[in-house]
Design a protein around this ligand. Structure first.
Ligand code: ASP
Length: 421
């Protein structure tokens, strides 16, 4: 009997931690650095996932919207979906603010911890990306929602633009003559089905891909980097855990009326992939596969809620942005007035909607928040050493929340077959 996919991935992940711990960055076999082997294999897996994203998002949104047919269903499902995104992200942010205010990781023995923590050594690359960001950049993020050139947006991975165009395309497909509309429908349906089959193939390689990605992270960062930032690290983990093991199951149980444990089981491959890739977009094909095939949500809901959610709904990211910004403010000794906290909440919500589902996307958003509350962007240096692992965790939370959205919305649409097996 073959081991189930999520067990294979989990074992790969644990093995990767062990191997990464045993191997050092300069260990080589036959003159080849092991890290570069991990890097190569991990990149192949990531490339394969990324290759699927654009055609998958476009075909599934176009199909999802055109299947909704009349304006009514579109408005209802759209309203529920956006409502779910905003409510859960706000919950996440409030949990983040509460936990970081209670634990106060930026204050050690009553003093701001900036000097004790020391800036992470290798900040130059990130600094280039985040330097000069200001609150005005939130506008830039949303400007790209309407792309001047859809091909360029696709090539640059600007998902908001692609989503916007696909929503329009799918909507107006229902407004043309029915024979023409049907031709387009069969075409996009076929593209979508082919993309899902390619996803199945890529998923078979997930254990190898996950092993390589995680082994590389552990080999490169080791465990040392964590020590000075342990309190901050656990603050984020505790807040994320509250969201994913308290808030989400309550919503699943009482709003969705389903058994949360079954949903964790159904989503295991997607959660482990999200953890390993640190990218909700790259995980999207696997998320869709799990929600549709393992949790039993209809294609109608899945193909609408998930591609949107992968870019727009990021609970873990919103929570992290808040905790990180407040931690840095505490470490710099900034007095956090009520007004400042409200700005942080609003900016975290907006940037979590606007930033892409790619690794480290939060860092740019945090730079925007820091600028808005009057702190230097280099404050980000304080959190860099632990950012990657926290990125892995928050991405899993992002993906889990999207999947819960699909389940809950499916149930409120009267679907009976969800999580029954
Ligand atoms: N890596 C996250 C994601 O893809 C985004 C972030 O918080 O950096 O969902």
């Amino acid at each position: 009997m073959q081991l189930k996919l999520h067990w294979q991935i989990l074992i790969a992940l644990l093995l990767a931690v062990l191997v990464g711990w045993l191997v050092s960055p300069d260990t080589s076999i036959f003159g080849v650095l092991l890290v570069s082997v991990f890097d190569f294999v991990g990149k192949l897996f990531l490339n394969a996932l990324k290759m699927i994203i654009v055609p998958l998002i476009v075909s599934s949104i176009i199909m999802g919207v055109s299947n909704l047919g009349s304006g009514d269903a579109f408005g209802r499902l759209g309203g529920k979906t956006l409502g779910y995104y905003v409510v859960t992200s706000t919950f996440a942010i409030l949990i983040g603010i509460t936990v970081v205010s209670i634990i106060q990781p930026g204050i050690v023995d009553g003093e701001p911890a900036k000097d004790m923590l020391g800036l992470s050594a290798d900040t130059s690359e990130v600094m280039q990306k985040v330097e000069g960001k200001s609150a005005g950049d939130v506008v830039g993020i949303f400007l790209r929602m309407i792309p001047t050139n859809i091909v360029h947006a696709a090539a640059e991975g600007q998902m908001l633009g692609i989503i916007f165009f696909s929503l329009l395309f799918g909507f107006f497909m229902t407004k043309i003559k029915s024979d023409l509309g049907n031709t387009l429908k069969s075409f996009w349906q076929a593209v979508f089905e082919v993309m899902m089959l390619i996803t199945d193939l890529v998923m078979k390689f997930a254990p190898i891909g996950v092993f390589a990605l995680v082994a590389k992270v552990v080999t490169v960062s080791g465990f040392e980097a964590f020590k000075p930032l342990l309190v901050f690290f656990f603050t984020v983990i505790i807040a994320l855990l509250i969201h994913i093991v308290v808030v989400m199951p309550l919503l699943l149980r009482f709003v969705g009326g389903v058994n949360p444990i079954k949903h964790y089981q159904a989503m295991a491959p997607a959660l482990l992939t999200a953890f390993s890739t640190a990218s909700s977009s790259a995980t999207l094909p696997i998320t869709m596969d799990c929600v549709q095939d393992r949790a039993g949500v209809s294609n109608r809901v899945t193909s609408f809620v998930l591609p949107l959610g992968a870019t727009v709904n990021m609970d873990g990211t919103a929570l992290y942005e808040c905790v990180a910004a407040i931690f840095i403010a505490q470490a710099y000794g900034l007095d956090l007035t009520f007004g400042t906290q409200v700005s942080i909440v609003i900016l975290a919500l907006m940037t979590s909607i606007g930033v892409a589902g790619i690794p480290s996307a939060s860092l740019v958003a945090i730079a925007i928040i820091l600028a808005a509350i009057g702190l230097p962007a280099e404050g980000i240096g304080l959190i860099l050493a632990v950012d990657r692992v926290l990125d892995m965790c928050r991405t899993a939370v992002n993906v889990f929340s999207d999947s819960c959205g699909a389940v809950i919305i499916g149930r409120t649409e009267g679907e009976k077959g969800i999580l029954q097996a």
